[in-house]
Design a protein around this ligand. Structure first.
Ligand SMILES: O=C(O)[C@@H](CO)OP(=O)(O)O
Length: 253
């Protein structure tokens, strides 16, 4: 059995202010730091340990990982940072208030932008300060490959190559893996791992700093998935058939 823990970063300054964040590099709030320390405590209490960690190139996920490794006295572990684990690029929505945007464009449109599988947000222009074009950390990617606004599908399509080439080899070697990333890069990974139908993924949310544990079989097929809870407890995720979504329809209970 292989164990993988997926951790969405703690509350960020822009989570607190209800702003579309995406690739904007914002910090954790005090609450985000506290809830991350708490998450580390839950993992320690459950007897978890890690051999390698992966994170994005955004400081809210990096700091979340640093806090966990410090709390678990594992600051010496190898850490790999990769832009493919970044949050979904929110295009021209980055920096806008989510509630005000819903008032302007309608709640249905904003729900499509935020939670649909394949509707991208309006793209950002390369000259816009929200664009990643002039950001040195993305210099090696090539302008043509830099996202200007991603749907969840686009995000998943760029996360999965790193999952397959960066993370799976470590799991196959027997490493216990921690991934500190973002709501949508992790939702995309969950969709891929559990083959969640497109119409059901909008219903699945990952709270900030709540360890999501996957137990994977020898072929890295998920056997069990659960959130860690207080006192070493677990909250199982069971993908159950949903009546109105056809034979393949599943939804997280
Ligand atoms: O703003 C963002 O980048 C994300 C995560 O906070 O928001 P959403 O909940 O819309 O996916």
């Amino acid at each position: 059995m292989h164990r993988l823990v997926l951790l969405r970063h703690g509350q960020s300054v822009w989570n607190r202010s209800d702003l579309f964040t995406g690739w904007t590099d914002v910090d954790l709030t005090e609450q985000g730091v506290a809830e991350t320390r708490h998450a580390a405590g839950l993992m320690k209490q459950a007897g978890f340990d890690f051999d390698v960690a992966f994170t994005s190139v955004l400081k809210r996920a990096i700091k979340t990982l640093d806090i966990v490794l410090e709390e678990m006295d594992r600051m010496w572990l190898p850490v790999h940072k990769h832009w493919r684990l970044n949050e979904r690029h929110y295009g021209a929505l980055q920096g806008l208030n989510k509630t005000e945007t819903a008032a302007r464009h309608g709640a249905d449109q904003v729900f499509l932008w935020r939670r649909s599988w394949d509707v991208p947000p309006p793209p950002v222009e390369p000259e816009d300060p929200c664009s990643a074009v002039s950001d040195r950390r993305y210099a090696g990617i090539g302008r043509a490959n830099l996202p200007r606004g991603e749907s969840l599908k686009d995000t998943t399509d760029r996360v999965i190559p790193f999952w397959e080439e960066g993370i799976c080899p470590a799991l196959r070697l027997g490493a216990r893996v921690l991934v500190s990333a973002h709501g949508n890069s992790l939702r995309g990974l969950v969709k891929h791992l559990d083959k969640v139908p497109d119409q059901d993924i909008p219903l699945f949310e990952i709270p900030t700093s709540r360890p999501l544990v996957y137990e994977l079989g020898a072929d890295l097929v998920p056997l069990r998935r659960y959130f860690l809870t207080e006192g070493g407890g677990t909250e199982e995720i069971t993908w159950t058939r949903r009546e109105d979504s056809g034979p393949s329809g599943v939804v997280a209970a």
